[in-house]
Design a protein. Structure first.
Length: 90
């Protein structure tokens, strides 16, 4: 059972670790909902593996990132240089 509240996942990045991106924002309405959920699950697994025992399930973390995307606190970008996508805070 997931818990919300005291331990919400937030998007935080160390700018030194982030390569410069030549990215374009991908509007959420252009991404199939199932594809977006898989993208967010992959992102959460990649970025927050250390939170596995933090009281949040993968589904909890995915929902939190989806909410941040919907509330325009984060966005999906496609990096034209590396031809990869990422989720970044706004």
């Amino acid at each position: 059972m997931g818990r919300h509240g005291d331990h919400d996942v937030t998007l935080e990045y160390d700018q030194q670790d982030q390569p410069s991106e030549e990215g374009v924002e991908v509007p959420l309405e252009r991404i199939d909902p199932q594809t977006l959920r898989r993208m967010v699950a992959a992102f959460v697994s990649r970025e927050w593996s250390e939170l596995a025992d933090g009281g949040h399930s993968l589904d909890d973390k995915v929902e939190q990132v989806l909410q941040q995307l919907r509330h325009r606190q984060a966005k999906v970008v496609f990096d034209l240089t590396s031809e990869t996508w990422n989720i970044i805070p706004i």
